[in-house]
Design a protein around this ligand. Structure first.
Ligand SMILES: Nc1ncnc2c1ncn2[C@@H]1O[C@H](COP(=O)(O)OP(=O)(O)OP(=O)(O)O)[C@@H](O)[C@H]1O
Ligand SMILES: [Mg+2]
Length: 256
């Protein structure tokens, strides 16, 4: 039996589709019959808002509390085959709150250790920053998936993630086993500039690039605001079909 595989979705750049990608891939895997744990590591709590009927500020405990006191670690069941570790705004003080904890880069790894094998996949949504929280995610993960749009700023965010990845991987005490398993290009609209950046991404990160690109679709935004899965809201949509293919291809790579 394979053990639960932990996958983190990251880019230093904001608004590139990290959360949407984490959610759509998690939902696709759940529909394939896999058990998935979604971990929201962003104080904006977008993934929590999209997946759970409980609003971020309404919980007694969130992942921030579990980082301070592991006894408070709480998992919510949100949909068939999908559980959630929710976040809220209190996570924005993570650096200050954990300043006195020794080995604070291992907090997430420690929290997930005991539940990892209850799931086929653990999906981690990172904030748009490469600070201590994303560091925790990369140390806890088996697989890194970079998420990007095909443009200059998002691409330079990728370069920064690649540097952090190299840093984590090169250090025995951090996470030598971390693999760059995927690069997902989102919100794709074909034009000269996006083609240029798509080619650049394929050249630089060729092995990791996962096809197909996720095409731009207006229903994506709607699905997020009404807490619906795109597989229900827009089953014949372009981006829906793209995410199904990417989820399948990513699963194949992870499980090979
Ligand atoms: N394929 C798509 N087509 C159209 N809109 C999309 C697509 N994917 C994502 N979006 C929209 O783009 C916006 C940003 O997406 P998302 O929140 O997933 O990005 P993010 O990288 O997680 O942002 P942040 O850095 O703030 O966490 C959202 O409004 C989302 O609905
Ligand atoms: Mg996000």
């Amino acid at each position: 039996m394979t053990m639960g595989q932990t996958v983190c979705f990251a880019n230093n750049k904001g608004g590139v589709g990290k959360t949407t990608t984490a959610k759509c891939i998690a939902e696709a895997w759940a529909r394939m019959g896999k058990k998935v744990l979604c971990v929201d590591l962003d104080s904006q709590a977008n993934l929590t808002t999209m997946l759970s009927p409980i609003e971020p500020g309404e919980r007694e405990v969130s992942i921030r509390d579990a980082f301070i006191n592991p006894d408070l670690f709480t998992i919510e069941h949100v949909a068939e085959n999908i559980d959630l570790v929710p976040s809220d705004l209190s996570l924005s003080n993570f650096d200050r709150d954990t300043a006195s904890i020794a080995g604070r880069e291992y907090l997430l790894l420690d929290l997930l250790k005991n539940v990892k094998d209850n799931y086929d996949f653990i999906v981690i949504d990172c904030p748009p920053a490469l600070g201590l929280i994303t560091y925790n995610a990369m140390i806890a993960a088996d697989h890194l998936v970079m998420v990007t749009t095909a443009d200059a700023l998002s691409y330079s965010g990728l370069v920064m993630v690649a540097n952090l990845f190299a840093d984590v991987k090169s250090n025995e005490r951090l996470n030598k086993g971390l693999k760059l398993t995927g690069v997902v290009v989102t919100r794709y609209e074909k034009n000269k500039l996006s083609e240029l950046y798509l080619n650049k991404i394929k050249e630089e990160l060729g092995q990791a690039f996962i096809s197909p690109v996720i095409r731009k679709a207006t229903k994506m935004q709607q699905a997020a605001s009404i807490k619906q899965s795109i597989y229900d809201l827009d089953p014949s949509g372009k981006a829906t079909a793209d995410y199904i293919d990417v989820a399948q291809n990513l699963a194949l790579r992870i499980l090979q």
